[in-house]
Each structure stands twice: as structure tokens, then as C-alpha cells.
Write a protein that binds this ligand. Structure first.
Ligand code: 5AD
Ligand code: SF4
Length: 470
């Protein structure tokens, strides 16, 4: 079988920056056609889907939520865990059925799964009805491929090309809060993770291009940017820049709110902490995955820090950045994780009292080093550990939310709540979700909200008044 290969992934070379120019505009040749887009996975994928949307619309295609009336179905896939793959395979079955006897129904597979050679082999052999397979590196080629495709099956997966793409166009989901890619790929090669294979080596965008994009968003009225990278605080190492310098430059644009995900503890410097503490518009919120509390497991995960080092960093952040909220990611059931190893993780959760945590059972990704490690722990045991961990994690996120009860906090209001259209939703500076009772006119504004109820995953609140700006 054709699997992701560690040596191939590590030997990829970085290329020159590539500028995409959408001005050579594609004519609206598909103005009679509709597209259906489904996104799986992380924020990076959500943001990539904004680019996919932009390229489809540049061809004249219009969006539909009803897959049956679509002519182009795009699945932007995730490969991080096996169940993500199962979901996509299930959905492809439905697409195959819809495509029967239709020439004007094209299926595009995009995202991280397209960058897995074994998956592409499988598609070529067993899913011949898929028309286009496009990678994470070359989304901008979608218009060209679609134009060819309304003729034949096309595969363009740039596994070995690691360009830095500038000038990408995005059809952004929000007019208030925007994602901004600052770097692509990841060099960390954590032994369980598929990302360095699907997204390539770390490549940083030019600082000036990023600042230009943030200024442009600010001028368009955006209130918030979230700087994105698989390993966001490793920004700049390949171009003689630093993440702390970039953050400072972004802060000086005076955009109202700045966030960034995801940070690796190993790359977190004192300068970064100082910059975050210094600028009011850098939000006091850090997502800092720990993955495990056991030194033995951390070593086998290739995480490059010990429990003690993580805790030191954690406490330094808490001490230097007033009111900071910290969330994390945790994997249970890494190969041969003992009960004692797992208890070290529970111990860290008790010490840190995280504001929130995403928890996962280890999922074997073929081709990664961890997939070859011996594992004698049963799935049942892993599931029990996950439940035990979740109970503890929820207890602390609830505890952290309870602290806000009765308080008035600043919230950036993003829109109507999906569950209850009568209510609005937004986020506190510490990235806590608040469902708000208030007038629709506050959408897009930072307002004061009084917290009336606190649960594990969200808060309820009432609009008080607008934020006073100095
Ligand atoms: N199995 C389970 N969880 C994983 N993650 C990454 N790879 C795997 C895997 N093979 C988790 C990590 C990471 C988050 C995005 O997904 O916790 O931080
Ligand atoms: Fe995967 Fe994150 Fe590790 Fe990179 S740092 S290999 S993206 S878990």
C-alpha cells in the first residue's frame, strides 16, 4: 500500500512565494450551475473553504444548501482521525447515488485526505465516480480543473510542492471576524499526527502581506482577526522573522481584537507573552495543547517538552497576562498508555483547571510512527478513560464559567444564535461563547453583556450597553 512516508515528508523543499492573481478573472462560464460545499475539520479547513467558495463563485457558480440541485459538490476533508475518514466515505456514497445518470454532477474531493497517498489510491481504484481530487496546496487551481473537468477525471495533488501562496481570494463567512493564514504546514512531526504529511513543511507568509491583509480587513469593517497556523507561534523561523514581532505589528494596526491558533508550547517565548500582555487588542486567550501529562508518553509523542516545562509555561502565562483563559487538547489511549500515565494527565488537568479542553481517543494514522507502536490497551479501556477525563474537564470549564455569573463582560456579537433565532451570540475576550438577549442592531459590535447563567460550554447573558471607546 502507498502510505504517507516520514522521509519523503521531511525532505520536502521550500519554494518561492507564489502570487495568485484573480484579476485574470475567470468568465462566469458556469452561471447556470450551483455548488454544494461541505467542510470537515479544523479552522484551517474552514478558512480554506472560504477560498474554495471564492474560486467557485468566480466561475459564476452559486451556492445551494440542497445537494440534490447542485452541479458541483465539494468535500473539504479532514484526515486527523479515522472517524473523519468514515464520515467522508459515508457522504461519498450519497454523492455516488445522486450522480447516477447525470453528466452535470461533478464531485470534488479537497482537503487533507487528498494529500494521503493511500486514500488517493483507494479513490482511483474504488471510487471512480469522483471527478476531481485537489490538494491543500493548490486550491487556486480549482477553476482551471473544473473547466477541464466538465470533460474528464482530474487529479492535482501537490504533495511535493510547498509553495507559499499569496494573494488568495476568500469568500469569507463572516463580515465581522476573519481568519488570516500566516503560515502553512507543520515541522513538528508529533508521532501520532498526519498533518506534516498532508500540509507539508512550515512555510511563513511575508510579514508585509499579512499586515496588508489585516489593514484591508480593518478598512472593510472587520472587528476581529484570528491568525491561523498549524503551529502558529513557529511563525517566521524560515524567513528570519518572529511571531512576537508579527503579533506586535498586527496589534499596531489597531484592529479591535486579535486571536491566534494553534500554539505549540515548545515555541512559546517570553517575548510572545510580553507582547500579549502589553497590547489590549490581543485577546487574553491561548489554546495550548498539552496532549498528555506523562513525560514518558510526551517523549514517545515527540512533543519536545516535559510536564514540568508545560506547567512552568502555563503558570508564567497566568501570572503575566491578567485574566487569561487557557484551553488545551488531550489525547487518551496513546499506544501502551498505562493507567499511571493516564493519571498524570488527570493530575495536570486538576492543576491547570483549564477553561476548556478538546479530548480525543488516539486514532491510528497509517504511515505515522505511532501507528507502528505496540498497543495492548483495549478500546473499551480507552473509552472509559475518555469519559473519566471528560467529566473532569467539564467540571473545570463549568467552574471557570461560573466565575462570570452576575458579571458584566465585553462581548463581540457575531450574529443570530443558530439554535434560537430570538437570541444573538458572541464571544468574550477570553473566547467564551455567550448567548445574548438583545437588539439585532448590536450585531458586529463589542458590547457589555451581563452574564445570567453559566454552563460547561456556554454562557447566557443580557445586553447592557455599548462598549465605551477611549
Ligand atoms: N489521534 C487522536 N487525536 C489526534 N490529534 C491529532 N492527531 C491525532 C490522532 N492521530 C488531536 C491532537 C491535536 C488535535 C487537533 O487533534 O490533540 O492537537
Ligand atoms: Fe500535528 Fe500539531 Fe504536532 Fe504539528 S504540532 S505534528 S499539527 S499535533
Amino acid at each position: 500500500m502507498h502510505l504517507p512516508d516520514l522521509n519523503v515528508a521531511k525532505s520536502r523543499i521550500k519554494k518561492e512565494n507564489k502570487y495568485i492573481n484573480l484579476e485574470e478573472n475567470y468568465q462566469k462560464i458556469f452561471a447556470d450551475k450551483k455548488y454544494f460545499l461541505r467542510t470537515y475539520g479544523c479552522q484551517m479547513n474552514v478558512h480554506d473553504s472560504e477560498a474554495i467558495r471564492s474560486y467557485l463563485e468566480s466561475l459564476g457558480l452559486t451556492n445551494t444548501e440542497n445537494i440534490e440541485e447542485a452541479n458541483v459538490v465539494v468535500l473539504n476533508t479532514c484526515a486527523i482521525r479515522e472517524n473523519a475518514r468514515d464520515k467522508v466515505i459515508g457522504f461519498l456514497g450519497k454523492c455516488k447515488y445522486l450522480k447516477k445518470n447525470r453528466d452535470d454532477f461533478k464531485i470534488v474531493l479537497a482537503g487533507c485526505m487528498s494529500e494521503q497517498p493511500d486514500f488517493v489510491d483507494d479513490i482511483l481504484k474504488n471510487h471512480k465516480y469522483i471527478d476531481i481530487i485537489i490538494g491543500t496546496h493548490n486550491i487556486y487551481e480549482l477553476p482551471k480543473l473544473l473547466m477541464q473537468e466538465f470533460k474528464k477525471q482530474v487529479i492535482e495533488v501537490y504533495s511535493n510542492s510547498d509553495e507559499i501562496v499569496e494573494g488568495m481570494h476568500y469568500e469569507r463567512d463572516s463580515k465581522i471576524s476573519a481568519w488570516v493564514n500566516i503560515m502553512y504546514g507543520c515541522d513538528k512531526f508529533c508521532t501520532y499526527c498526519i498533518v506534516p504529511y498532508t500540509r507539508g513543511r512550515e512555510r511563513s507568509r511575508k510579514l508585509e502581506s499579512i499586515i496588508e491583509e489585516v489593514n484591508d480587513l480593518k478598512n472593510k469593517g472587520y472587528k476581529e482577526v484570528t491568525l491561523l497556523g498549524q503551529n502558529v507561534n513557529a511563525y517566521g523561523k524560515d524567513i528570519g522573522e518572529t511571531f512576537s514581532h508579527l503579533l506586535e505589528c498586527v496589534a499596531k494596526t489597531n484592529i479591535e481584537r486579535i486571536r491566534f491558533v494553534t500554539s505549540h508550547p515548545w515555541n512559546f517565548t517570553d517575548e510572545m507573552i510580553n507582547v500579549i500582555a502589553k497590547y489590549k487588542n490581543i485577546m487574553p486567550y491561548i489554546h495550548l495543547p498539552i496532549q498528555s501529562g506523562s513525560d514518558e508518553i510526551l517523549k514517545r509523542m515527540n512533543r519536545r517538552y516535559t510536564k514540568k516545562e508545560y506547567l512552568e509555561l502555563f503558570h508564567k502565562m497566568k501570572e503575566k497576562i491578567p485574566g487569561i483563559a487557557i484551553t488545551t487538547d488531550i489525547i487518551v489511549g496513546f499506544p501502551n498508555e498505562t493507567r499511571e500515565n493516564f493519571e498524570e494527565t488527570l493530575d495536570v488537568v486538576k492543576t491547570c483547571e483549564f477553561d476548556g479542553a478538546f479530548t480525543f481517543i488516539f486514532s491510528k494514522r497509517e504511515g505515522t510512527p505511532a501507528a507502528k507502536m505496540e498497543d495492548t490497551i483495549s478500546q473499551e479501556e480507552k473509552e472509559e478513560r475518555l469519559q473519566e477525563l471528560n467529566k473532569l474537564v467539564n467540571y473545570y470549564s463549568n467552574k471557570s464559567n461560573q466565575k462570570l455569573l452576575g458579571k458584566v463582560v465585553e462581548v463581540l456579537v457575531l450574529g443570530e444564535s443558530e439554535k434560537n433565532k430570538e437570541k444573538l451570540y458572541g464571544y468574550t475576550d477570553t473566547y467564551k461563547l455567550v448567548n445574548i438577549e438583545g437588539p439585532k442592531t448590536i450585531i458586529g459590535k463589542i458590547v457589555n453583556v451581563k452574564i445570567t447563567d453559566a454552563k460547561s460550554f456556554s454562557l447566557d447573558g443580557e445586553y447592557v450597553n455599548e462598549k465605551v471607546t477611549n
